[in-house]
Design a protein around this ligand. Structure first.
Ligand SMILES: Cc1cc2nc3c(=O)[nH]c(=O)nc-3n(C[C@H](O)[C@H](O)[C@H](O)COP(=O)(O)OP(=O)(O)OC[C@H]3O[C@@H](n4cnc5c(N)ncnc54)[C@H](O)[C@@H]3O)c2cc1C
Length: 457
């Protein structure tokens, strides 16, 4: 077992860093049990860290960190029932590979496959699809080590209450050591992607959601355009995309998407007012023509999420999504920073009160603003999508940190976004930062009572 003392932990986006007393990477169940014993004996907090991909501080600990990267074997596969049991540290990309070799696949996935299976289910990680739940809804059995050093099994029939809580347990219910998943026979997805006007999209959200098994929409703020991604299971063989813009075809994934975009966004951290131009250019190059492809499911679901970023994502009842998006559009457009201003060091603006005020009240939204769908997951106690009539619509906003440099206008944007989502009975993604205390602070009574109503589990 690997043990490191005084370990600096940081998440993928480098937005949270903390020094832990000790970091363990066990290989066996006995080693995990002995670490739990140590933590209990010395009264230390013990936190499991998966792929450290949570954009929030949910995986953070200053005491002991346990990582299960080396506790990641496939334990059994039942091809007939399309079920797999794995050790909890397995990364989704490895899980997908094992499943694919066995002729199986997960029914849904989020945008990346870098997470551990236990980390993904513990935070309510989701993909998209009006008839699909969060990843935890595919879990049919778990084994958990509790703080008393017991190994407890749970499923719909065995310890059902624990099972309901642990399928989105926020890392607070013990250490998940094995996960059994219900999968399906491997499949390809026929993906059709096309541009659509913002007004058409928000007026027809439920229809667009129901137009395919999986639908994801990207809205490009400061433009009137969205990009609709739809995917259906198909028997067709894999076929690469056709229909792209010629320039995009040659430059895609080489350097435009990653380095040129990052460089342009870096400029926007020195000069205000550039972001809307960058978004328009990027949309024109990559998202202005309909494209089609057929891809193996796990490759079709995932994509390159580029570089470090601040994100916030909330789920609202689908019936309220149009209002939510229109309100977000309004704050983005009314607080836009129109002027090109050179701001080399935003932390040192004491002498320039006007500019400082502008940074605190203006917004520069990046792209895409992502819209996804989930069915209501009524049997997962802490799933943000629990008990949502007509399912949930996830709305996510993003501000990149080009080359890890902080963008100019972030805090105000996320606060305003959260206020809108909260007002419309939204619930935050557990792994993405949210500022409930700020909302409560400014709207104390209303905030308190709403929180009670939302989380009345
Ligand atoms: C680029 C990027 C793209 C993303 N895309 C999506 C997306 O499409 N959809 C979506 O919903 N989310 C998305 N996320 C968020 C991500 O899926 C979640 O943050 C997920 O929890 C990360 O998994 P992880 O293994 O890195 O867990 P970590 O971040 O390491 O941990 C998350 C939580 O799980 C707990 N945990 C981990 N392992 C165990 C265990 N064995 N037992 C008990 N608790 C455990 C931790 O203690 C912590 O509380 C994305 C994040 C990034 C950075």
């Amino acid at each position: 077992m690997q043990v490191k003392e005084k370990f600096w932990w940081t998440n993928w986006s480098q937005t949270y860093t903390k020094k832990a007393k000790c970091y363990y990477q066990p290989i066996t169940t006995e080693q995990i049990l002995s670490i739990v014993k140590t933590a209990v004996t010395y009264n230390f907090t013990l936190k499991v860290v998966g792929g450290s991909h949570s954009p929030s501080d949910i995986a953070l600990s200053e005491d002991l960190i346990l990582n299960l990267d080396k506790y990641s074997k496939v334990l059994s596969i039942d091809r007939e029932k399309a079920q797999i049991q794995v050790q909890a540290g397995i990364k989704l990309r490895d899980l997908n590979r094992h499943l694919s070799n066995a002729g199986l696949a997960l029914s849904n996935l989020g945008s990346i496959d870098e997470q551990s299976i236990a980390g993904a289910i513990s935070t309510g990680t989701h993909g998209t699809g009006g008839k699909y739940g969060v990843l935890g809804s595919s879990v049919i059995g778990l084994e958990i080590i509790t703080s008393s050093g017991e190994i407890v099994k749970c499923s719909k029939t065995e310890n059902p209450e624990l099972f309901s809580a642990a399928r989105c347990g926020l890392g607070a219910l013990g250490i998940i050591i094995t996960v059994t998943l219900q999968c399906e026979p491997a499949y390809n997805l026929h993906v059709v992607e096309y541009p659509s006007r913002y007004s058409h999209v928000v007026d027809n959200l439920a229809t667009i959601r129901d137009s395919a098994e999986h639908v994801r929409i990207w809205w490009f703020p400061y433009t009137d355009w969205c990009w609709v991604w739809t995917a259906n299971r198909t028997q067709q063989p894999v076929r690469k995309s056709s229909g792209q813009h010629l320039l995009a075809y040659y430059l895609d994934n080489i350097w435009i998407r990653f380095y040129l975009l990052q460089f342009l966004l870096l400029l926007s951290t020195f000069v205000s007012g550039l972001v809307p131009w960058i978004i328009s250019l990027y949309r024109f190059l990559f998202f202005s023509r309909k494209i089609e492809s057929v891809e193996v499911s796990h490759k079709a679901f995932t994509f390159d999420c580029l570089f470090a970023q601040h994100v916030s994502e909330w789920v609202v009842p689908t019936t309220k999504a149009k209002n939510a998006l229109n309100e977000v559009k309004q704050i983005i457009e009314t607080t836009k920073s129109y002027q090109f201003k050179f701001i080399p060091n935003p932390d040192k603006l004491e002498s320039d009160k006007d500019l400082k005020g502008e940074l605190e009240t203006k917004i520069e939204a990046h792209f895409p603003i992502e819209i996804r769908f989930s069915q209501s997951d009524d049997d997962i106690a802490l799933s943000p999508t629990r008990n949502l009539e007509d399912g949930g619509c996830w709305i996510g906003v993003i501000v990149y940190k080009p080359f890890f440099r902080e963008p100019l206008f972030t805090k105000h944007f996320f606060e305003q976004f959260e206020k809108i989502m909260f007002k419309l009975n939204g619930r935050p993604h557990w792994a993405k930062p949210f500022f409930q205390d700020i909302v409560k602070g400014s709207e104390s009574q209303q905030g308190e009572s709403k929180k009670g109503a939302l989380y009345d589990f």
